[in-house]
Design a protein around this ligand. Structure first.
Ligand code: HEM
Length: 530
């Protein structure tokens, strides 16, 4: 039964607050929608970035970026965006993407004070950032100075034996596979997932280089403990939530997060092994040489070099940094190197003309004695294979391993890039997949994989080299590029010299999912011994 109101109650004059409360309680949905609409319109039209074109959704909310990252197609989205809207595109209310390689060089160059955005802070561990995730530029510079020593090419050459061991294991696995699958018979050999094995190889090399321990992926021929899958899931999270970094506090940095085991990387094989290795080498002390070095043959790994860096200046490079930098190397260096090798193989096998030229270059080099007829090649021997080098550069150009944008913040006073003035605090993004398709720099056929472009004209090749961003640039240039290139330059010619390959599914593109790196699958080949 309803409550009867008296005449007195109906006639009582309402206060302003009362009116407001009644409105909010009865019309809350309409008010919320109006508020969001006004906020969106304000973001779109009151911003100094309003003059830049782009998708409508992107100008009013960061959801467009989230959607693009979640689709795993950011690299392709950005190629399409710039084709449609031109050289500067608004990709979020406070962010533009630039397609000009000249603008990207300025954006990434050291000294221009375009610092990393909070995107990077989402990558774990937030409590002890490594060189990749550290957004405080001064702290980053100190850490990078220490870590630069073990990552230099000279130090990397000393790590060559680790790579050689992993190559031998990879070859053994391919040989076993050929025998198990019925020998060297059949059409072009037996079907083999070369992509998976290159992935295992890249991870195992990093385990050896960083901690003198193999993760065992090659030996077992599988993703042990789903460790690679766990890293890739975590990278997907970083890529998506990194677009709205505040959300990380509600999600992964939320104490409840640890109860969702498949999302936590804390117990993942790679982290477990890194922690064990740290514990085994403690206490860190300069007289504890035996503990720092690999037991037995005395080869010095990355962790040992980082411990030495720590001992020289414990204030600036703490114990936590030793762990963070060695552990971070696995995350930054494995999917990236694997993706680069997969792109290389897919492109050269997709174009039989290119493949035949490569095989002939290697055969000629063996005949001329400039590379050995068996065993591994050295860095220098690989550098003397110009067509191989051109194919590698072309693969890194057309399908660079980083698929998400590299973003930087404009310094508070604002800055000009390629003739555009951006106010302080604007995020400016660039994407290697877009930059490397610039027709002015790379030619009208920039979309095509054509290694010859690197060999036609030395001056043009130098200019193209200047605008390659596969390893980033400036003060954040990839610290692991020497290692990655050494590894690739050793394993790729060895495989090409000792086996013959054919795509198992000609014309079928690789499946590519851009989390931060472009994680690729589907590189199945026929393989037989050369
Ligand atoms: C072919 C393989 C690789 C590619 C294509 C690659 C690509 C890149 C790119 C584009 C960046 C810049 C990212 C940015 O500014 O947002 C970067 C940074 C970085 N890379 Fe690599 N990388 C590779 C291999 C490696 C390896 C093997 C390691 C370690 C062992 C490594 C460790 C790092 C680190 C620590 C950074 C951060 C550098 C800084 O901010 O100062 N990378 N890498």
């Amino acid at each position: 039964m309803g409550v009867l109101k008296t005449d007195d109650e109906d006639q009582r004059p309402q206060t302003l607050l009362g009116v407001a409360l009644t409105l909010v309680t009865t019309q809350w949905a309409a008010i919320l929608v109006s508020f969001l609409l006004l906020r969106a319109l304000h973001k779109r039209y009151a911003s100094p970035l309003r003059k830049y074109p782009g998708p409508f959704l992107a100008s009013v909310t960061r959801l467009w970026k989230v959607k693009s990252a979640a689709s795993g197609r950011t690299h392709l989205d950005h190629i399409a965006l710039h084709r449609r809207y031109g050289p500067v595109v608004r990709v979020a209310p406070g962010e533009v993407s630039v397609s000009s390689p000249e603008a990207a060089r300025a954006l990434l160059s050291a000294g221009r004070r375009f610092f990393k955005t909070p995107f990077y802070g989402v990558f774990p561990p937030p409590e002890n950032p490594d060189i990749f995730t550290e957004t405080r530029e001064d702290v980053h510079a100190v850490k990078k100075r220490v870590a630069n020593v073990p990552y230099g090419m000279a130090a990397m050459q000393q790590l060559s034996p680790f790579i050689d061991d992993a190559i031998e294991l990879l070859m053994t696995k391919i040989d076993e596979h050929i025998v198990l699958a019925g020998g060297n018979s059949g059409r072009g050999g037996v079907v083999f997932d070369l992509g998976d094995y290159l992935h295992y190889f890249a991870f195992d090399v990093l385990g050896e280089v960083a901690f003198s321990r193999s993760f065992g992926f090659l030996a077992e021929g599988r993703d042990v403990d789903d460790a690679i899958k766990t890293i890739d899931r975590s990278q997907m999270y970083n890529g998506i939530i990194g677009q709205v970094p505040e959300l990380d506090h509600l999600l992964r940095r939320n104490p409840l997060w640890q109860f969702i085991p498949w999302l936590s990387t804390k117990n993942a094989l790679i982290t477990r092994m890194a922690l064990e290795e740290m514990a085994r080498r403690q206490p860190f002390h300069k007289d504890n040489g035996g503990g720092l070095l690999r037991s037995g043959d005395g080869r010095q790994d990355l962790m040992a070099s980082l411990i030495q860096g720590h001992l020289k200046d414990p204030e600036k490079f703490g114990e936590g940094d030793v762990f963070a930098v060695a552990h971070g190397a696995i995350f930054a260096g494995s999917d990236s190197t694997a993706s680069t090798m997969q792109s290389f193989f897919w492109h050269i096998l997709d174009d039989r003309r290119v493949y035949q030229l490569l095989v002939h270059e290697l055969e000629d080099a063996v005949r001329a004695g400039s590379i050995p007829a068996d065993g591994n090649l050295s860095w220098n021997q690989s550098q003397n294979l110009p067509y191989l080098q051109a194919c590698l550069k072309e693969a890194m150009r057309v399908r660079p391993a980083v698929g998400l944008n590299i973003t930087r913040l404009v310094p508070p006073e604002g800055a000009e890039l390629d003739g555009h003035f951006f106010p302080g605090g604007t995020s400016v993004a660039c994407n290697g997949w877009v930059l490397h398709r610039d027709r002015d720099v790379f030619g009208q056929d920039a979309d095509d994989f054509r290694p010859e472009r690197w060999l036609e004209d030395e001056e043009r090749a130098r200019r193209m080299e200047r605008y390659m961003f596969q390893f980033g640039g400036g003060s954040h240039l990839c610290i692991g590029r020497n290692l990655a290139l050494l590894e690739i330059n050793k394993v790729v010619p060895r495989l090409l010299r000792d086996y013959r390959f054919e795509l198992a599914h000609p014309g079928r593109p690789l499946k590519a999912n851009a989390s931060f790196f472009v994680v690729q699958t589907g590189l199945e080949v026929y393989v037989k011994k050369a």
